[in-house]
Each structure stands twice: as C-alpha cells, then as structure tokens.
Design a protein around this ligand. Structure first.
Ligand SMILES: O[C@H]1[C@H](O)[C@@H](O)[C@H](O)[C@@H](O)[C@H]1O
Length: 482
C-alpha cells in the first residue's frame, strides 16, 4: 500500500472521488437494472451486470493513473449496483415462502464473506513490494465476477417472470427444477400446481386491474410506459410499500455500520487504541462479527419473523451506540488511565455489529424484495437499492465531518437513528415471514378495496385454484387416515 500512496500523491479530493465513484456507479447500476430487467431474463441481466463488473475490475487492476482507477471503480460500481438489486429480486422469486428469509439471508452472508476476504486480502498484501500490493487485491475481484457471470447462466429462470410473460409451460419446468421434481412429477404434483396457479392468479389480476388505467395505454417498452411504471411506485396503491423499501435502507445505513467499517481504524484511535496492526485487526474484527451473526439470522429469520429481529436489533444497536457516546464524552481525553472504559467501548462496537448482523444487515436486503407485487417488484427493489447506495454515500461523506466536530455526538446521531428504527419497525413494518409473495397484498390490506378481492377470487375459481386445493386437502386427509 505504501506504493499506492507514494505513486500518486492523492489529494483529499481524489480520495473522495475514488470512494464516491463506486457508490455513484452503484446507484446508476441499480436504477438501470430496474429499468431493463423485466425485458430480459433475470439470468441474462445477472450475466450482463457481472460482465460490466469484470470490465471495471480489469481497468482497476491495470490502472496507470488515478483517473483510470476512478473510471474503473465507476464502471465496476455499475455492475455492483445492478447485482445488488438483481440478486435479492431473483432469490425472492425462486424461494418457497417458508424458507424464503433464510435463503435470502444468504445474500448478506455473501456480502460479508466478500467484505471479510477483501479486508484481509488488503491486510496481508499491504507490505508486498511495488504495485502488486494493491494490484493483487483489485485483480482478485475478477474471480468472483467471472464465476458469478458464468454460473448465472446455469441458473433456472425465474418462474414468476415467465408466468408474467405468458410462458406458463416453461415456468412449470423451471419450478419443477427448483423444487427438485422430475418433469413427470411436475405434471401431477399438487403442491407444484398450486404454487404455479397462485403465480398465474397474480399475473392475471395485474393484467385485468391495469386494463382500465394508463398502463395499457402506454405500450410496453416505450418511454411512456417506463415513466408510468416508476410513477406508480409513489401512487396511492404502492406508496406504503415503496416507503418500506426505501426507509428500510435508510435505517440500515444510518445504523452506522459503514461508518464503523470505513472509518474503523480512525475510530479505534479515537478510542485510545494504538498501533497500525491493532487498529486494522480490530476493524477487521467487525467484519468477522458480522459474518458470525449471519448464522443466527439464517436460523431465526423465518421462525421468529422479520419484525421481532428488527425491533430487538434496533434496541441493542441504540444502547451500544449510547454507551460508546457516554464513554467517549467522559474519557476521551484520558483513555490511557481508563483502559477498561476503552475496552468496554470496543465491546459495544462488537455488540452493535452482532445486533446489526442478525437484523438490519440481512433484513435490509430481504424486506424490499418481498413487499412489492410482481408488476412493480423490479422497480421497487431498484429504488430501495438506490436508497441503500445513496445513504451509504452520505454516511461516507458525513462521518468524517461529524467525527471532527464530536466523536460522541456522532454516536448519538447513530443511536437516535437506531431508536427511530425501533419505532418504525414497531408501527410501520408488516410481518412478511411465511407469506407467499402472492399473499403479500393481503398483508398490506390491499389490493385496494373489495372490488379487487372479489376479482381475485373469481380468477382463482376460473383458473381452478380452489378445486385444486380442495382435491389436495381430500387426498392428504385420506393419506393420513390410511
Ligand atoms: O448489508 C450490507 C452489509 O452489512 C455491509 O457490511 C455494508 O457495508 C452494506 O452497506 C450493507 O448493505
């Protein structure tokens, strides 16, 4: 890393640009993917985003100037942003409801594994002579990028998207593959048929309810249709869900996790810890605690539900920040004679991270993908992801400014945000655990009004869903009696 610093003599502006380029690129990538993904398959979109990410990583790897590095980070960021909305979207669409939360928490698992590997790669390569000290960590990014791009092509297509495109046979084949059933079984398996019919009911409902409004007038794929689709997110039917997705990410970021990750070493200094290795190891420890915390999240997210985890997580996070703020304000000028207070603060940083890691970390990626109906899901998730990157950017920009003014005040800001998160998750967030994506409307007391409920029931009858459920219930009662 000494080579990196010595080679380019970066100004504060360059450093800021280098950080911001990735976040700005990600913001653009998330919104662009939200615009295009419904026209292609999720797999094609994941492949394209991975390819863009690889181009950006390659540029960073061979960079000969700060400008090239910044460009590489911007392009790589577009891929990162697109993938950060495509992955939860795809995972929500292929998961069975009863384990959807656990499966989607694997996204957070992948994020923190990546962060931990990235951190420690940088840590261990920092003393290598010459530019290899920074080219190696930048080049290693290509490996997961290539694996994801190629692996993505082998993924089963999203059955929900296929149903929406009217390709029901292909949807059934993909669903069978996802639920580990053979083609023969898929034709007779009642559970598979019910799942498919539920998807068809939702698709038909969307088509029929949109027939009266401007969605039909604007032809799919045109600019007018795009504008309409984005505007729908803030219309009366979807506004509450849009707010849940966007605000979820506001609270995830304002919990302060990235302030700890980006400025961990500086922060540990302000807590009186000395020495490069100690501070780096402590900041690296935050990544490891996040990693360990994903496991209880995977186990409990469907059993306990999203809301209890968010509520208890907020309280533990707010209290941890509060204790740190008090300790800093009392002892920051005399840490050396109050080692215990310093270590309690470090303990609170880890307690915060553990609480975040089982709650706002994974649920931030889960909830936005669950709350939207299929017709608005890709754009809703894209907007929520854009909120993640915007707030991430703001935290990176503002934390040093806050810290310079008052370190304890900075922790108070995060404590207040976590407390607000508690109030929000208690009063505004519906429970989505164990509810199929098609039943989410009911959770929100929508689809606005009795008319749609009646229409939905009629479509269910027309498509034979009620008959199928009845037959299945009779058959399973008979099996049990035998
Ligand atoms: O869920 C992730 C994760 O917790 C990361 O550590 C953090 O850097 C991201 O901003 C967040 O979205």
């Amino acid at each position: 890393m000494k080579d990196f610093v010595a080679r380019w003599h970066l100004s504060a502006w360059d450093t800021g640009l280098m950080t911001a380029a990735l976040e700005l690129g990600s913001l653009i990538g998330a919104l662009t993917a939200g615009t295009f993904t419904d026209q292609y398959s999720r797999r094609q979109s994941i492949f394209a985003a991975s390819a863009i990410f690889c181009v950006g990583s390659a540029l960073q790897f061979v960079a000969q100037s700060p400008e090239q590095l910044i460009l590489g980070r911007g392009i790589g960021g577009i891929g990162v942003g697109a993938l950060s909305m495509l992955s939860p979207l795809y995972m929500a669409e292929i998961s069975p409801p009863e384990v959807r939360g656990s499966l989607m928490a694997l996204e957070q698992f992948a994020i923190v594994v990546g962060a931990v590997l990235g951190f420690w790669t940088g840590f261990f390569t920092r003393d290598i002579a010459g530019s290899a000290s920074w080219r190696i960590p930048l080049g290693i990014q290509l490996i997961p990028g290539i694996l994801l791009g190629l692996g993505g092509l082998a993924l089963p297509p999203s059955p929900r998207l296929l149903v929406a495109q009217g390709r029901v046979d292909e949807a059934l084949a993909s669903l069978a593959r996802l639920r580990l059933r053979s083609v023969d079984e898929s034709a007779t398996d009642p559970l598979l048929q019910i799942e498919l019919l539920e998807m068809q009911v939702e698709a038909t409902l969307i088509e029929q309810t949109s027939s009266s409004d401007s969605m039909r007038i604007a032809k799919a794929g045109t600019l007018q249709a795009e504008v309409y689709a984005w505007r729908r997110l803030v219309g009366s039917k979807l506004l509450r869900r849009t707010l849940i997705g966007v605000v979820m990410m506001v609270f995830q970021q304002w919990s302060g996790i990235n302030a700890l990750l980006y400025y961990g070493p500086t922060l540990m200094h302000s807590l009186g810890l000395q020495g490069d290795a100690v501070t780096l190891m402590t900041a690296g420890g935050i990544g490891i605690v996040q990693f360990l915390a994903v496991f209880p999240a995977i186990i409990f997210i469907d059993r306990l539900g999203r809301r209890p985890l968010l509520r208890w997580g907020s309280i533990a996070m707010a209290l941890s920040h509060l204790v740190i703020a008090v300790l800093i304000s009392r002892y920051s000028t005399e840490w050396s004679t109050h080692a215990l207070a310093a270590w309690v603060s470090v303990g609170c940083v880890y307690t915060f991270t553990a609480a975040y890691g089982v709650s706002y970390g994974p649920i931030g990626w889960i909830l936005p993908s669950e709350v939207f109906p299929l017709s608005a899901r890709s754009k809703g998730v894209a907007l929520s992801t854009a909120s993640n990157w915007t707030n991430n950017f703001l935290i990176g920009l503002l934390t040093p400014v806050f810290m310079e003014r008052s370190a304890s005040g900075t922790f108070l800001v995060f404590a207040a945000a976590c407390f607000a998160g508690y109030v929000w998750s208690t009063y505004c967030v519906p429970e989505t655990a164990n509810v199929s994506l098609e039943e989410i409307d009911a959770v929100f007391g929508s689809s606005a009004g009795q008319e749609d409920v009646d229409l939905k029931r009629q479509i269910e009858v027309d498509l034979g869903l009620h008959d199928l459920i009845q037959q299945w219930a009779v058959r399973s009662n008979r099996d049990r009696a035998d």
